[in-house]
Design a protein around this ligand. Structure first.
Ligand code: CA
Length: 220
């Protein structure tokens, strides 16, 4: 597996490179958008990790040019600023396959890369589903039995994360890291409270099961 990292913050770029190399990936790093574009267009990669804010060419422009001009459909994981929902939407519209808000845990980055590398290229953004529940990450639409359900941003992020990890037990720390990042004011029962909101909105039968002492799993 060969990965291209396009990130101008050397500390972050080098940490990602080092971590991925330890996982036996081959990694190239570009520290600005132009260099990133040249490498992405000229070499074959399995996944591209692309920062949004870059000198010389933005991540958004790079992504769009790669898709439109080069007809290159290498999976792209876009790194966005924390909680920038607008960036996420723009990134996905520009042709990114997934996004990860900064700061992120390395394990999360790795999981996303693995998921992207398994995904057939050229595919449309998949709709996540379990039973009669569907979530469209592209349009931020959640439906149960065809009826649209309105969720807050955090509820949506929680549900999306659980659906991405369908069939796996997800523990509270994973959810906190994914949805709240490093916010300091998290109470021990915050996750439970939000899971409670989600269950209420999603209705019956309950799809989010509690595994005592372990975490949560989404299934029918
Ligand atoms: Ca940057």
């Amino acid at each position: 597996m060969r990965i291209l990292v396009v990130e101008d913050e050397h500390r972050i770029a080098n940490a990602i490179k080092k971590g991925l190399e330890q996982e036996s990936f081959a990694v190239d790093v570009a520290y600005d958008g132009e260099q990133g574009f040249d490498l992405a267009a000229g070499e074959a990669y399995d996944v591209i990790i692309l920062d949004l804010l870059l000198p010389k060419m933005s991540g958004m422009t790079l992504c769009r040019r790669l898709r439109e001009e080069e007809k290159n459909h290498t999976p792209i994981l876009m790194l966005t600023a924390k909680d920038q929902l607008e960036d996420k939407v723009k990134g996905l519209n520009a042709g990114a396959d997934d996004y990860l808000p900064k700061p992120f845990a390395f394990a999360e980055l790795l999981a996303r890369i693995r998921a992207l590398s398994r995904r057939p290229t050229n595919s449309l953004q998949p709709i996540l589903a379990v039973a009669d529940l569907t979530l469209n990450p592209h349009g931020f639409v959640v439906k149960r039995a065809g009826r649209e359900i309105s969720l807050s941003r955090k509820e949506f992020a929680l549900l999306e994360y659980l659906l991405h990890h369908q069939g796996e037990i997800v523990d509270k720390d994973q959810l906190i890291n994914h949805v709240w990042n490093y916010d300091a004011d998290i109470l021990p029962n915050t996750v439970e409270v939000y899971i409670g909101y989600l269950r209420k909105k999603l209705g019956k039968p309950n799809l989010i099961k509690t595994k005592r002492g372990f975490g949560y799993i989404i299934s029918l």
